[in-house]
Design a protein around this ligand. Structure first.
Ligand SMILES: [Zn+2]
Length: 88
């Protein structure tokens, strides 16, 4: 299922942002839709889990592949990570 419009995050219902992927990530398309809401339960739970488990402040954000419509976690090392890749 191809997606042309930014979808809403399945965890927090926020409108997802278009994010340019680094070429070295090895995806077959140049951008993804990512939930950059810092209040997102997915992000908050990931933050708690990584803190308890590994003592680090990294987490995951919800990411949707516009070519397939499938959702995957995007690992982020901080709240601001990847924000410079948002395309508006
Ligand atoms: Zn979200």
């Amino acid at each position: 299922m191809k997606i042309a419009e930014p979808p809403r995050c399945s965890h927090c219902r926020a409108l997802m942002k278009k994010m340019e992927m680094p070429p070295e990530a090895g995806y077959d398309n140049p951008y993804m839709y990512v939930c950059f809401n810092d209040e997102c339960s997915y992000f908050i739970n990931g933050l708690k889990w990584m803190k308890e488990k590994y003592e680090v402040n990294s987490s995951y954000r919800q990411m949707v592949n516009p070519l397939t419509g499938s959702a995957n976690p995007l690992p982020v090392w901080s709240k601001t990570a990847m924000r410079d890749r948002i395309i508006d």
